[in-house]
Design a protein around this ligand. Structure first.
Ligand SMILES: CC(=O)SCCNC(=O)CCNC(=O)[C@H](O)C(C)(C)COP(=O)(O)OP(=O)(O)OC[C@H]1O[C@@H](n2cnc3c(N)ncnc32)[C@H](O)[C@@H]1OP(=O)(O)O
Ligand SMILES: O=C([O-])CC(=O)C(=O)O
Length: 382
């Protein structure tokens, strides 16, 4: 009889993993032993994908063939494009469009007959999904603008190519590098809610398309990936209120409003990814409009110093500074969470395949609190 209730599975160990580790008291994050700071500074998103999926950082020739293989898989089918157009016309949310797109990708999967335990085939499928997500998302955005989608550019890396397909213009180095870094920062993060969702699906030996579709669904919520859009909406609300940001945040917290981008199940201190994104936001602000960066730092200072939230373990998480970075890169606000998914797909796939290698069906239990015994009354007598 299991009787140890852990609501929200807080602190429960359910698997071993070599992929990423978080020290929530020190604010430290590593992917396979490499600090997030080193990876963000020195690697590309493709190198990080390779690291997560293949266990080591690629040598130059390994990276070249890996990148070429990814680039070859970027195109999506006409059916996916037509669906993106229909969903854009119907004013669907981009996260829902992405969920639909990932599910549809499987219709053109060349290895659909591979056995569920053929992990090499699942990895190739994962590569196809990861390569196609930016194309489907950018096409959706183009249709929303009343424009035709832009074909992927094989000479551009995943990050730069996404920005190119989104806007029709090749990004400058600062934009491409900043966005690539954002993808690295979001690629993996232990057994967060969306990764665990993917693993639960994968533990039934369902296919990787189902697992990634589930990951997108779980990420969409405001307590998880959806918070990055909410942060930007709060910044805009403050701007539009014409109030002093300090006054706004005082009133909001007095009303008991939760500020998105603050708090985390594992970190008790500032998320190391937020520190890196804060630097990027500050650099972009120095080149252009510092308004968004200034509002975020005002909120952070107030919540930290006046409200003492950080002392209570409620500090900025990854979503707090990503919004102002993406805004300054000209990315539409409701694309922020899909971008998170675009990056995190790499982590979902890595965790599902790692877990399936030594699979055990994930099946926890609930403590039953309903009645023990009731007399059944037929419908006509109720
Ligand atoms: C990529 C990511 O998923 S990062 C997280 C993104 N989500 C957000 O930024 C949304 C805002 N944050 C939150 O809602 C939460 O901090 C979560 C969901 C991320 C983590 O929550 P949990 O670990 O379940 O903590 P829980 O919701 O129980 O909060 C614990 C305490 O911190 C407080 N708290 C948590 N987040 C915040 C916040 N953003 N603002 C103010 N207080 C907060 C709660 O009120 C609670 O206080 P209490 O114990 O006095 O009642
Ligand atoms: O780890 C978590 O619970 C949420 C998070 O920061 C992430 O998924 O990146």
């Amino acid at each position: 009889m299991v009787d140890d209730l852990k609501k929200g599975l807080e602190g429960v160990l359910v698997a071993e993993s070599e992929l990423s580790s978080i020290d929530g008291d020190e604010g430290r994050l590593i992917y396979r032993g490499y600090t997030i700071e080193d990876l963000a500074r020195g690697a590309s998103y493709e190198e990080v994908l390779y690291l997560l999926w293949h266990g080591h950082l690629p040598a130059e020739d390994e990276l070249e063939s890996f990148t070429a293989a990814l680039n070859e898989e970027r195109e999506v089918s006409d059916d996916v494009l037509a669906t993106m157009e229909r969903l854009a016309d119907a004013d669907e949310r981009p996260m829902a469009a992405l969920r639909t797109a990932v599910s549809m990708f499987s219709a053109s999967e060349p290895e659909s007959d591979a056995e569920p335990d053929d992990l090499e085939a699942s990895l190739r499928k994962g590569r196809r999904i990861t390569a196609k997500i930016p194309t489907a998302l950018a096409a959706f955005e183009r249709y929303r603008l009343g424009e035709e989608p832009i074909d992927p550019d094989p000479d551009l890396g995943l990050a730069a190519n996404f920005l190119y397909m989104l806007t029709g213009e090749r990004p400058d180095d600062v934009a491409a590098e900043t966005f690539d870094q954002a993808l690295i920062l979001h690629a993996d993060h232990g057994l967060n809610a969306s990764t665990f969702t993917s693993m639960v699906i994968g533990s039934t030996m369902a296919d990787i398309y189902s697992a990634v579709t589930g990951g997108v669904s779980a990420l969409s919520g405001p307590l998880h990936g959806g918070a990055n859009q909410d942060v930007m909406e709060v910044l805009m609300e403050i701007d539009e209120s014409n109030k002093d940001p300090l006054e706004w945040v005082e009133e909001a917290t007095d009303e008991g409003r939760r500020i998105p981008g603050f708090g985390h199940r594992v970190y008790n201190v500032k998320d190391p990814r937020a520190k890196i994104l804060q630097e990027r936001s500050k650099e972009l602000a120095a080149e252009g409009d510092s308004k968004w960066y200034d509002i975020t730092t005002t909120i952070e200072e107030y919540l930290t110093e006046e409200k003492g939230l950080v002392a209570k373990g409620i500090a900025p998480n990854v979503d707090f500074y990503s919004g102002s970075v993406y805004y300054q890169l000209g990315i539409p606000i409701d694309m922020y969470t899909p971008i998170f998914a675009m990056s995190r797909a790499g982590g979902w796939i890595a965790h599902v395949l790692e877990y399936q290698e030594d699979n055990r069906l994930i099946r926890p239990r609930a403590r039953y609190t309903g009645p023990e015994s009731q007399e059944f009354v037929p419908l006509e007598e109720r």
